[in-house]
Design a binder for this molecule. Structure first.
Ligand code: FES
Length: 119
């Protein structure tokens, strides 16, 4: 049997996990992911992407040191993001135009953020 067609063209999972202050791994919520997730969800509706893409809050995605972290399926592309401008760029470039935001992309073997990825 072949796989069914995609239900959503893209499914965005944004970590909104929160750890106590001072935790050695930190957490995406402590770095502002909850507000940015709310912004992305509302903005995707404004842009008419609702129904085509889905923005979901997620628990810890285990890339805490690189957070706030999101992953977009079906491609499995990971991003770090720190601002409304970063979210806008991901919405426009990745989710609307089908390209990649190279500056914010996380590589599979990446353990720390590059200086140009820090918010
Ligand atoms: S707390 Fe966000 S990836 Fe772990």
């Amino acid at each position: 049997m072949t796989d069914p067609t995609l239900y959503f063209d893209a499914h965005v999972f944004i970590c909104t996990n929160r750890r106590p202050d001072g935790h050695k791994r930190g957490s995406c919520a402590a770095r502002g992911s909850e507000k940015l997730r709310d912004y992305m969800k509302a903005r995707s509706k404004e842009l008419g992407l609702e129904g085509r893409i889905r923005v979901n809050a997620a628990g810890c995605l285990d890339r805490c040191e690189l957070g706030p972290a999101m992953v977009i399926y079906p491609e499995g592309v990971w991003y770090t993001f720190h601002s409304v401008a970063d979210v806008e760029e991901i919405l426009t470039v990745h989710l609307t135009e089908g390209r990649r935001v190279d500056r914010l992309m996380l590589q599979p073997d990446q353990k720390t953020l590059r200086p140009d990825q820090m918010g």
